[in-house]
Write a protein that binds this ligand. Sequence first.
Ligand SMILES: Cc1cc2nc3c(=O)[nH]c(=O)nc-3n(C[C@H](O)[C@H](O)[C@H](O)COP(=O)(O)OP(=O)(O)OC[C@H]3O[C@@H](n4cnc5c(N)ncnc54)[C@H](O)[C@@H]3O)c2cc1C
Length: 363
Amino acid sequence: MSDFLVIGGGIIGLLTARELTAAGARVALIDKSETGTESSWAGGGIISPLYPWRYHDAVTRLASWSQQHYPELCEELAELSDVDPEYTGSGLLILDNEEQAAAVLWAEANDKRLEVVGGERIRRLEPGLGDVPDQALWLPDVGQVRNPRMVRALRQTVGRLARITERSEVLELLVNDGRVAGVRTPEGRLEADRVIVCAGAWTAQLLEQLGSRPEIEPVRGQMILFYAQPGDLQRIVLHQDRYAIPRRDGRVLFGSTLEHGGFDKSTSAEVREALHERAVDMFPVLRKAAVEKHWAGLRPGSPSGIPYIGAYPGIEGLYFNAGHFRNGVVLGPASARLMADIALGRDPIVPPRAYAMDADRRA
Ligand SMILES: Cc1cc2nc3c(=O)[nH]c(=O)nc-3n(C[C@H](O)[C@H](O)[C@H](O)COP(=O)(O)OP(=O)(O)OC[C@H]3O[C@@H](n4cnc5c(N)ncnc54)[C@H](O)[C@@H]3O)c2cc1C
């Protein structure tokens, strides 16, 4: 029997399994579909929250830890697998200026490089922009990963150390005398005396059978992908909640929407049209590029975006690491380390209280 059973093989479950195996634990991971095909595949891969000053310190702490470790993590994954997650330090250019003072204060308090830049500098940083505002915020240290590659690299490396079962859904968490005993799947029962729920947007559904449930609900995000050429865009650019992410091969992601509509992952022609219009308006250079793909993913939405990481109250051996909302890729490495610290009784990398089930998550 394994020491831990991880439910869910998105970026959070895979990174959690990686941390536990690194500490010598025997780990099994189970996913209802294929690992890394839900939100963690659909996301943008920006290694920073959008408008990072708007978030609670509990989010900034995890983001900062991850940001420090991402380049090394991606190098390691590229070496150990045949997939390079393509960590790229593109920098983040934010064209909104209404919250400049708050942004500067946040950067000073958190030791982040953030500059207010003027028109000419903006043009030099991103020649692909159409209209250039008088001022913008420039965060040169923000990177990105190609998240579908990141999860593939993780799947390969974790798969060598943990037992991964795909296409098997956990239907029920089994509890005996206040202790977790395992899970029920369509294929039968799996015994486990320590279970970590990393089921993304589906986490609340699974935990509500036991009484208290985290406030996690699916929030759909639609995204389009332009078949653009290398050099067409250079930077991650954000304006009024829409952003462009240029990949190394020239492709450009543009997104994304925030839609509350249950577990519906469908896309709509209107959104595709609206995203396309906004993208070519911001970046005329994209007019010549075809839209190669359009998709939607279900973010694990949580109040204020503070994830739930910790022990489930009243049931020994049951833990959760979920609810990362818009920031699961950037928060993932730190969340996984913190989860392992808690479950293994180590000193935690950050104070864990803010991520408990009953912590106050309202902004
Ligand atoms: C359009 C979009 C853009 C985004 N951009 C960014 C970004 O730029 N930067 C960033 O940091 N984050 C971004 N995100 C958010 C990020 O993608 C998510 O926060 C992150 O992927 C959540 O990871 P997860 O592992 O918790 O969830 P998921 O990747 O959804 O994984 C959950 C897994 O659990 C499995 N599962 C669920 N229920 C069960 C069950 N009962 N039994 C077995 N398995 C189960 C699912 O099959 C799934 O594989 C974006 C998200 C979207 C949708």
